[in-house]
Design a protein around this ligand. Structure first.
Ligand code: ATP
Ligand code: MG
Length: 414
């Protein structure tokens, strides 16, 4: 029969990779926990409506990338493609506005998007994310950026760059879009045909053009950053001063956009040049309009999400602590089977890591296996018990009851 394989765009996390992920998780716990962020887990699927509203009908995610299904009772559910909308839903559902604000939450969870698989782009992938709900302050935005920057640094993610911008308010953006469209129309004959054809559809695209004529024209184009309302401009200056003070380097990128109406003010993205085409490591920003859109009171909030797989690719080697085996319990004869089984249990209860022979190997095979595992001691259980120190090769007979105390004494001396 043909073997069944994991679905396209998914992958198994095998033990060696699981160990690297555990290292990443413990760094996230330390960095985010140290700033008062607390872990949250939401369901792997949600009402489709949550993402339609909370990610935005017009986005690539909602248009093309969602795994949506009927739950059998006529309700439409979707495997979560991202974490911000679910966390905001949970904030509202559990009345977290009554808690001291902001409520600071982080997650490390799998997400699902129907995308064309390639290196760094999967259909099931993991993100670590942080959200601070209930604070409008520039400090919140700057702190979130610093936290992601520190997480990337502790992981040794290479060649990172931070791009930063401010989107102002939806209203400023609408006015700006009109101004930019008017500018492009007025300079239509100094634009490439492709850009000229897309003026009304997506005027921002003109900034990404590579041909010399269009680029020259765009140098004189108005930028959104240049049109911010005074209080938004002030907020942005405050964020930048905090980042400067913290020594976090960034490039201003007026073209950094998050296409959604509920995004406000700060936006940012970390990329890594070590990644190639899929260079985005993580990003986020302020989303003061989202909670209201989900039926809550107007609530300022900001956050970010970063892809685990891309972080691990860009991090290269991560020092993973070797797995310890204090004791391997070998069988000298079948008669010792019960004592051997119980010795392994007792050793674990005493705080040692202990493994038991489970494959019916010969005594020689068991010793070779214990060596491969890196066991510090092997107890050979038969009528008598012998304890072998695998480092020194020393071996002596002793009472069954003396095995664990002897190892513990050895551990303490070591
Ligand atoms: P991209 O431009 O690469 O599609 P995105 O803008 O869709 O990224 P976000 O929605 O901001 O990404 O998600 C944050 C992070 O999650 C990304 O920077 C990336 O590291 C990771 N990510 C997003 N989609 C995928 C995916 N399909 N596979 C693996 N990681 C992903
Ligand atoms: Mg994407």
């Amino acid at each position: 029969m043909p073997l069944i394989q994991a679905p396209r765009g998914t992958f198994d996390v095998l033990p060696a990779d699981a160990a690297r992920r555990a290292v990443l998780q413990s760094h996230a716990e330390r960095v985010l926990g140290g700033a008062g962020y607390r872990r949250i887990e939401t369901p792997a699927f949600e009402a489709t409506e949550l993402f339609a509203r909370g990610v935005g009908e017009a986005t690539d995610i909602v248009q093309h990338e969602m795994y949506t299904f009927d739950d059998g009772g006529g309700r439409s559910l979707t495997l979560r493609p991202e974490g911000t909308a679910p966390v905001c839903r949970a904030y509202l559902e559990h009345g977290m506005h009554k808690l001291p604000q902001p409520v600071k939450l982080w997650y490390l969870s799998p997400f699902f998007r129907a995308e064309a698989p390639q290196r760094g782009r999967y259909r099931q992938f993991w993100q670590v994310g942080a959200e601070a709900i209930g604070s409008p302050s520039a400090e919140t935005d700057a702190e979130l950026i610093v936290l992601l920057s520190e997480l990337l640094a502790t992981l040794g993610v290479r060649e990172t760059r931070l791009r930063l911008s401010s989107l102002g308010t939806p209203r400023t953006r609408l006015e700006y879009r009109e101004e930019l469209t008017a500018y492009l129309r007025a300079h239509r004959d100094q634009l490439s045909p492709e850009v000229a054809a897309r003026i009304e559809l997506n005027p921002m695209r003109a900034f990404d053009a590579t041909d010399a004529t269009t680029r020259r024209t765009m140098e004189g184009a108005p930028t959104l950053l240049g049109r911010l309302a005074p209080e938004d401009a002030q907020h942005f200056v405050a964020v930048r001063e905090l980042l400067d003070g913290a020594g976090v380097k960034y490039e201003l990128d007026p073209r950094l956009v998050r296409g959604l109406d509920y995004y406000t003010r700060t936006v940012f993205e970390f990329t890594s040049d070590a990644l190639g085409a899929q260079s985005g490591v993580g990003g986020g920003g302020r989303y003061d309009g989202l909670l209201e859109l989900l039926g809550g009171d107007p609530t300022p909030a900001s956050g970010w999400a970063a892809g685990i797989e891309r972080m691990l690719i860009a991090a290269g080697e991560l020092p993973v602590a070797p797995e310890l085996v204090d004791l391997f319990v070998a069988l000298g004869s079948r008669d010792g089977a019960r004592e051997a089984f119980e010795l392994a249990l007792d050793a674990r209860r005493a705080g040692l890591s202990a493994q038991l022979e489970l494959a019916g190997r010969s005594l020689r095979g068991q010793l070779r296996h214990a060596d491969r595992l890196g066991a510090r001691y092997v107890a050979i259980v038969a009528d008598q018990v012998a304890l072998r120190n695998m480092e020194s090769g020393e071996q002596h007979e002793l009472e069954l009851a003396a095995v664990i105390p002897t190892i513990l004494r050895g551990s303490r001396l070591a």
